[in-house]
Design a protein around this ligand. Structure first.
Ligand code: NAP
Ligand code: G4F
Length: 338
């Protein structure tokens, strides 16, 4: 008999890639979708529409989570639902806490009471490391969250540990570093850049790209490879937490340079100081401007993964390099816009 898996956040980047992977493996996939996710134009990827069972609900509504668990008693439950935008979490801290923390409590309570055999995956994040101490962050690094988003995610991480230890539930966190690709939301910095560069290439914009902090460093990987790690985490004999990332870190400035390089444009940085630096193309046009509106009240300066446990225990290793990732995203945006 095929295994059954629930995915919350199935209309998001990771949810859609995970659904593709599990369907390929023969799973029956149930996606929790909100009414607003299914109103036209749908946020659900069209190719998934007929292949997954849609269950209408919301992780902040315990009745809908419990009904889902009662009806399907799934083998696996992947909780990817979140208010996932860090910048937005200062503007909507309550909403962020409800979805990213209370939503997780609803699911764990439901599993404990209704479906204790269900294996649970929590989408934890490298943002929990925040103001980092270690050069590379591993499962044992100190947490120091720097946003309402990261605080809610850290509480949810500890709740997952707590339910595992208190009720013997197979509950795990994947602590994933940034991962990107063609399905990334356009308000995250990578897709914002590649979307703009594609428009520039196609002559659809002459405006400079407006960005915030160019100095922050992120460990950017390729999303389809990261959902494979989620699945492997739930196939282990014992429930454990894993850091998932590439081990390489680049600045936002590096990402901008690589994206313009993908369309054969050299970037020359200018400006009085590091924070105000914008950029010109090799033909003198201003192509990037630093805009204070995109700075955050507190910043995570550097993230870089030590994913050696994942390599050793899960046999998981990323293969897509930083420059290839940027090319994939720019090529995709050019194709989508053409
Ligand atoms: P995303 O594209 O922003 O998707 C978020 C998903 O959550 C959407 O499907 C959204 O559905 C759903 N959602 C939001 N509020 C909900 C609610 N109250 N009830 C049910 N569903 C709700 O995020 P992503 O990049 O795929 O990330 C997936 C998960 O991994 C998130 O938990 C994120 O915090 C975490 N994470 C991501 C990264 C990364 O680099 N991508 C790294 C570490 C951790 P609607 O369509 O209805 O809005
Ligand atoms: O692309 P970002 O918004 O991603 P961020 O904040 O790293 O969060 C993402 O990764 C986390 C994992 O570490 C996830 F948990 C989270 O859900 C999300 O997927 O910003 C990356 C960096 C930041 O330092 C930000 O300040 O880019 C900087 N940045 C500079 N200009 C900008 C912009 N970010 C955005 N979104 N927009 C800008 O214009």
């Amino acid at each position: 008999m095929s295994k059954t898996a629930v995915i919350t956040g199935i209309t998001g980047q990771d949810g859609s890639h995970l659904a593709d992977l599990l369907l390929e493996k023969g799973y029956t996939v149930i996606g929790l979708t909100r009414r607003t996710s299914t109103e036209p134009p749908s946020r659900m990827r069209k190719h998934l529409w007929d292949k997954v069972i849609q269950f209408s609900g919301d992780v902040t509504d315990s009745y809908s989570v419990e009904s889902l668990l009662k009806q399907y008693q799934p083998d696996e439950f992947y909780n990817l639902a979140a208010q996932s935008h860090v910048g937005t979490s200062w503007k909507q801290p309550e909403e962020t806490t409800k979805v990213d923390y209370l939503g997780v409590l609803n699911i764990l309570k439901g599993i404990q009471l209704i479906s204790p055999h269900t294996k649970f995956y929590q989408a934890s994040t490298s943002e929990m490391f925040g103001k980092v101490k270690d050069e590379y962050q591993s499962e044992t690094s100190r947490f120091y969250p720097r946003s309402p988003y990261a605080v809610a995610k850290l509480a949810a991480y500890w709740l997952t540990v707590n339910y595992r230890e208190s009720y013997d539930i197979f509950a795990c966190s994947g602590i994933l570093f940034n991962h990107e690709g063609p399905r990334r939301g356009r308000d995250f910095v990578t897709r914002k850049i590649t979307d703009h560069v594609a428009k520039y290439k196609l002559g659809l914009t002459k405006d400079p790209l407006q960005l915030g902090n160019l100095n922050s460093m992120r460990d950017w990987g390729y999303a389809p490879e990261f959902v494979e790690a989620m699945w492997r985490i739930l196939q282990q004999d014992t429930p454990q937490d894993f850091v998932i990332g590439t081990g390489e870190s680049h600045s936002v400035r590096d990402f901008v340079e690589a994206a313009y390089k993908a369309i054969d444009v050299d970037v020359e940085w200018s400006g009085e100081n590091e924070t105000e630096k914008g950029a010109r193309s090799d033909n003198g046009e201003i192509i990037v401007e630093v805009n204070k509106d995109f700075f955050r009240p507190a910043e995570v300066e550097l993230l870089r993964a030590d994913a050696s446990k994942a390599k050793e225990v899960l046999g998981w290793e990323p293969t897509v390099t930083f420059s290839r990732l940027v090319e994939i995203m720019v090529e995709n945006d050019i194709e989508e816009l053409s």
